[in-house]
Design a protein around this ligand. Structure first.
Ligand SMILES: [Zn+2]
Length: 169
């Protein structure tokens, strides 16, 4: 049986075994303690699995659990975007009142924006209420299974319902 090198994990295995490990990370993402962690997004594994490099990229581990606004890991990510805390703060901003009855600073900072997202097979638009465009990119990465490209239009400055905005262009 012919074995091939895995330089990352410093072991030898069959080419089919390497390909199977790489494929398994796309079906069942590895936990932090698993050796398969090294297989995730591995270009060599992708090549051995017969997948083109541009289709082989994998979002960083658990990116789907990162809040697009505060970048903290969250057990629950609401609307594919926000941790519970940021979701609640956004709710207060939309109402224009925090629990103490004050106008939240966030109420004057949020706006609705869009970004066009492209992968190798299609293009689509992500639109959300954001503090900045990086939130849109991170939101798109939450569900990405391959490399993405982003193109931005001119900032729209669509006000969020209930919010009064004074934004620079
Ligand atoms: Zn958050």
């Amino acid at each position: 049986m012919e074995l091939v090198e895995c330089p990352t994990r410093q072991l030898k295995l069959t080419e089919a075994g390497c390909a199977a490990l790489w494929k398994s990370t796309r079906i069942r993402p590895p936990q932090a303690w698993e050796g398969r962690q090294a297989c995730r997004g591995c270009a060599l594994g992708a090549m051995r699995a017969g997948v083109a490099p541009e289709k082989a990229a994998t979002p960083p581990m658990r990116v789907a659990r990162i809040c697009v606004r505060c970048h903290k890991q969250a057990e629950r990510v609401i609307q594919n975007r926000l941790c519970i805390s940021c979701y609640n703060r956004e709710g207060e901003a939309r109402r224009g009142r925090d629990r103490n009855g004050h106008r939240p600073v966030l109420a004057d900072q949020l706006y609705t924006d869009s970004i066009d997202v492209h992968n190798s097979s299609r293009s689509y638009t992500v639109t959300s209420t954001v503090l900045n465009r990086s939130e849109l990119m991170l939101q798109a990465l939450h569900t990405a299974t391959e490399n993405l490209w982003f193109t931005a239009r001119r900032r729209l400055n669509i006000p969020v319902p209930g919010l009064q905005l004074s934004l620079p262009l």
